[in-house]
Each structure stands twice: as structure tokens, then as C-alpha cells.
Design a protein around this ligand. Structure first.
Ligand code: CA
Length: 234
């Protein structure tokens, strides 16, 4: 099944061009002409990635991005910006966007950004094999929709937190060093050079998912080695 890309763009000729170009590259495309429709489509059409124009008639792309994250959607979002100050905003605000492109851009550039974001988000893990969801304690990680619930309520995670969580829970009882996690979760092209980043993200996962983050049951520190997910709880 092709990956569905949600294209959020109010200018019809631009939207048509993107739809045509992405379909030619083997993607399925859903187009939304405004923020409200974009949120509806993101909830119902299960896209694998969102291409999100910053300037929309009803609300800004920044607000759409923020709302998607608040609703617990962890799929990759690429912002489409028109000016440098918008780029500053994408980078400066902690919106939870994964990447951005500046108009005008070539289709080739866009497609390579899309593929890179999909690779980072879904990696080698195909949704076709493996379990659909993983449970531990009162937490459910839905690997299809990429949503995480605890005690029945959606837990908002950043895309990086989700990737780290997915990597740990799909490899139970394996010990991963910080370097290995940086490479797998953050990617080779990451500018992250500090292994402390891994510690901070593990701490965030504990705070969001453990009953007592100070004495974790699921996300275990292995002294001198790294981290391990304990599927039965310590
Ligand atoms: Ca626009």
C-alpha cells in the first residue's frame, strides 16, 4: 500500500502540482485546502506524513502543527514556508515540525525531504509485520496509528520521544547504549552530538509514562551500558 501524504495547501494550482508530482513518485495524496479540513483529514485519512503550508486562509500552519501534536499525532510534519522569517519561526518555536522547505522548491528536493522524513519516522519497521500495539502497565503504544495512551488518555509525545519509545518497546530486554540510540533514533544526519540528549528524552518518557519516574519500572537504566525496556516491569 502506498504511503499517504496529506498536502495542506490553499492555492489550488500549487496543490494540484504537488498532488501530481507526489503521485508520480508512488505516494497516495490527500489534499486539504485549509487548517480545519487538514485536521479532519489527519484524524480520518491516517496519512503517513503531512506537508503543511504555513499560510492558510483560516488558521496558520503553525497552529495546525501544534494542534496535531497536542492531539497526540506523532507523524512527521514538513512545513512549507514562503519567507525567511517563517523559517526562523519554524526553527525557533517548539512546534514539533520535523523539517521545512522554502518556496519555491523543486519537486526533486521536496521528494527527497519527504523520503528522509519517512525513513526517520518509520525506519526499517514496517507497519505490515510485528504487533499492532504493545501494552505495559496502563500504557498502550499503538504502532499503527503511532498514538500512545496511558490510563485511557492520549499522551502527547514529540516525534523524537515516540521514535525512542518505539525503538525500546519493540526490542524488549535489549540493552542499548546512548551512542546506539543516538544513531538509530536521531539518525546519522542528526546534529545532536550530546549523549545527554538521550538521557533527557528517557527522563521525559519516564515522566510521561511511569507511575513513579524516580524509580522506573519499565525504562531501566543499565549502569555503564545504557537503557533497557522491561516488558514485565521491574
Ligand atoms: Ca498558502
Amino acid at each position: 500500500m502506498p504511503d499517504t501524504i496529506l498536502v495542506v495547501e490553499d492555492e489550488a494550482p500549487v496543490a494540484r502540482g504537488l498532488e501530481y508530482g507526489l503521485k508520480a513518485e508512488g505516494f497516495a495524496v490527500v489534499v486539504a485546502p485549509n487548517g480545519k479540513k487538514a485536521l479532519e483529514a489527519a484524524r480520518s485519512a491516517h496519512p503517513r506524513l503531512v506537508l503543511l503550508d504555513v499560510r492558510l486562509p483560516d488558521m496558520s500552519g503553525f497552529d495546525v502543527c501544534r494542534t496535531m501534536r497536542e492531539e497526540g499525532m506523532t507523524l512527521p510534519i514538513i512545513m512549507v514556508t514562503a519567507r525567511d522569517e517563517e523559517v526562523d519561526k519554524v526553527l525557533g518555536l517548539e512546534l514539533g515540525a520535523d523539517d521545512y522547505v522554502v518556496k519555491p522548491f523543486s519537486l526533486r528536493e521536496l521528494v527527497s525531504r519527504v523520503r528522509a522524513a519517512l525513513r526517520r519516522a518509520y525506519g526499517e519497521l514496517s507497519s505490515a509485520d510485528g504487533p499492532a500495539s504493545i501494552r505495559f502497565g496502563e500504557v498502550v503504544v499503538d504502532l499503527q496509528s503511532m498514538r500512545v495512551e496511558r490510563k485511557g488518555a492520549t499522551v502527547p509525545l514529540t516525534p523524537t520521544e515516540y521514535r525512542l519509545l518505539r525503538h525500546l518497546v519493540t526490542n524488549p530486554d535489549q540493552v542499548f547504549g546512548r551512542e546506539s540510540l543516538l544513531e538509530t533514533v536521531w539518525g546519522y544526519d542528526s546534529s545532536v552530538d550530546s549523549q545527554r540528549t538521550v538521557d533527557v528524552h528517557v527522563r521525559h518518557l519516564r515522566e510521561k509514562l511511569e507511575d513513579d519516574p524516580a524509580s522506573p519500572r519499565w525504562f531501566i537504566t543499565v549502569r555503564g551500558a545504557g537503557y533497557r525496556f522491561s516488558p514485565k516491569g521491574e
